[in-house]
Design a protein around this ligand. Structure first.
Ligand SMILES: [Zn+2]
Length: 169
């Protein structure tokens, strides 16, 4: 292994195994170590996405399970006191999340949401690997162009000329 490869491996491992790191930081460290480049909290995009990857036309939101009301998640339980207040607040947050994503989609951005609970040490690697896979899939889709063989193209043109000739007769 070259020193650079060693460092990269170390960075990957650190990103995967570090505990008590802010979820967003875990994602950023992993992506950077894997060679992805990004911008942070893009001010001009709706919702100020946590991570913006222009090359992939993708915004990544790293959501706290409580504040963004992660449905069916054990880290999202309504507080027993002031329940109505919290319910309203979280419902509003969720609505805003939806609106911002809809606007980003209209602008041609892909949106990926990662939840705090998906970045807990036990399932972190699985989540990040899936993220990388998704990003690569998006890149391929964005850059796929219908490919026409030059010869096919010429044949088609010749054929249509021929047809015209015949109908003229
Ligand atoms: Zn969750």
């Amino acid at each position: 292994m070259t020193p650079l490869e060693k460092q990269r491996r170390h960075d990957n491992m650190a990103a995967i195994h570090s505990k008590d790191t802010k979820p967003e930081l875990i994602v950023r460290k992993y992506l950077f170590a894997r060679g992805f480049r990004y911008r942070l909290n893009h001010r001009r995009l709706p919702g100020h996405p946590d991570i913006v990857m222009r090359k992939y036309r993708t915004c990544i939101f790293v959501n706290g399970c409580f504040w963004h009301g992660h449905e069916g998640c054990k880290y999202f339980t309504m507080p027993k006191t002031n329940t109505e207040f919290w319910q309203k607040k979280i419902t509003r947050n969720k609505e805003r999340d939806q609106q911002q994503k809809a606007r980003l989609a209209e602008m041609g951005w892909h949106c990926i949401t990662l939840w705090e609970c998906e970045l807990k040490p036990k399932i972190r690697l699985q989540t990040l690997t899936a993220l990388e896979y998704t990003l690569n899939g998006i890149f391929l889709k964005n850059h796929a162009k219908p490919y026409v063989l030059p010869q096919d193209h010429l044949d088609m043109a010749a054929e249509s000329l021929h047809t015209t000739d015949e109908s003229d007769r």
